[in-house]
Write a protein that binds this ligand. Structure first.
Ligand code: SAH
Length: 357
């Protein structure tokens, strides 16, 4: 396809938030740096139309690396005997929130493996305690698949948002990344349940995981279009040395950036993080992500003593410094892009806060 035709596809995507499968595939495969620059520029203009120069921050608390699942790509999979397991106490988690609050965070993301210690009752107690100390903050959970009644209980306890990446929208591809005890249908059911309960929902894929093709990516984009999530978290797959995928090639920053821009044009108001995995695969990855349409950063608030143990993939950045140093470093990086970090919950513009939440 000529550059002119590719650029007219961008205009069509901006106008209609839709393209045919073949047209999406052309955007994903186009081999032209001029086109990529135009794509990023248009994505940036769209993000600025809704969010100006603002960048939202979320304080990520990686509170447990125990996991009952055995995903082939993930460093905290249950079968990884070399993982040093940890679980933060209530007091430690609340101390992370308190320190984060003082640094300006108004969203806390509790992320972890699927740890059966954290029953609904325990998680609900934790959410209530955070909300009691910080009623002006949003609480996001990212602890995997649960049943609908469990999602309901946690929503009633005050959780506002849920991040659950779909990883890949192709069932056969999903099955090649996960053992047979996990199901693609269940993951999708979870996402639909979360949405209908009233959570602001984040899904997303791991870019360039083993066997990930352009046809799969087109399905990923279609799924985003159908689910209309409030957030989309994407990052490159990065091998982890103690997993079955240790020797698989990593996904690329280039494709991740291209996808960030396409997603921005597809879902203009979406909350789109420039992820730690993107910053790991490319030292300037997060800055490039912001310049390609992303508008969220998720710095780590976990205690430094556990950070290296939450090793989803190798060479993860920001595992050595305290949260205060992290935010100082990030503020400088953000300023270099012409954007700035803002305080505030940073809800999706289409989201109406319910009374008492
Ligand atoms: N148990 C939670 C949190 C999982 S970790 C859940 O299931 O939602 C958060 C995300 O990290 C995963 O959804 C996956 O997309 C990503 N991840 C895991 N291993 C990775 C790897 N090796 N490279 C890149 N991203 C990875």
């Amino acid at each position: 396809m000529t550059e002119k035709n590719l650029i007219s596809l961008l205009t069509k995507l901006e106008r209609t938030q839709d393209l045919s499968d073949e047209e999406f595939a052309s955007l994903l495969e186009a081999d032209s740096s001029a086109f990529c620059a135009e794509l990023a520029l248009r994505a940036r203009n769209t993000r600025e139309r809704y969010y100006g120069k603002d960048v939202y921050i979320r304080g990520l608390i990686e509170f447990t690396n125990y996991c009952r699942n055995n995903c082939y790509y993930c460093g905290i999979r249950r079968g990884n005997e070399r993982a040093q397991r940890y679980r933060l106490t209530y007091e430690e988690i609340l101390a992370c929130c308190k320190a984060g609050y003082q640094l300006g965070f108004r969203t806390f993301v509790l992320q972890g493996g699927e740890d059966s210690y954290f029953t609904d009752e325990r998680l609900a107690g934790l959410i209530r305690a955070i909300k009691k100390s910080h009623p002006d903050c949003a609480v996001t959970l990212s602890v995997g698949e649960r049943e609908r009644d469990s999602y309901e209980k946690l929503f009633e306890a005050g959780a506002d948002r849920w991040l659950l990446r779909h990883e890949t929208a192709d069932k056969a591809h999903y099955e090649s990344l996960h053992p047979a005890e996990m199901s693609w249908e269940h993951r999708l059911k979870c996402l639909r349940d979360l949405k209908s309960i009233g959570y602001q929902v984040g899904c997303g894929m791991m870019v360039g995981s083993p066997g990930h093709t352009t046809a799969h990516l087109v399905k990923d984009l279609r799924l985003l279009q159908e689910l209309q999530p409030e957030m989309v978290g994407i990052g490159p797959f990065i091998p982890q040395q103690d997993t079955p995928f240790a020797d698989q090639p990593a996904g690329t920053a280039e494709l991740t950036l291209r996808l960030l821009s396409i997603i921005r044009l597809l879902l203009p108001q979406v909350l789109l993080p420039a992820t730690t995995a993107l910053g790991t695969i490319d030292p300037q990855g997060r800055e490039k992500g912001l310049l390609a349409g992303a508008n969220v950063l998720m710095p780590n608030l976990s205690p430094v003593s556990v950070r290296k143990k939450y090793a989803l993939y190798d060479n993860k950045i920001c595992t050595g410094e305290e949260a205060a140093e992290c935010i100082r470093c990030l503020s400088g990086r953000v300023a270099s892009t012409g954007f700035h970090i803002v305080k505030g919950r940073g809800d999706h513009p289409g989201f109406k806060r319910k009374e008492g939440r």
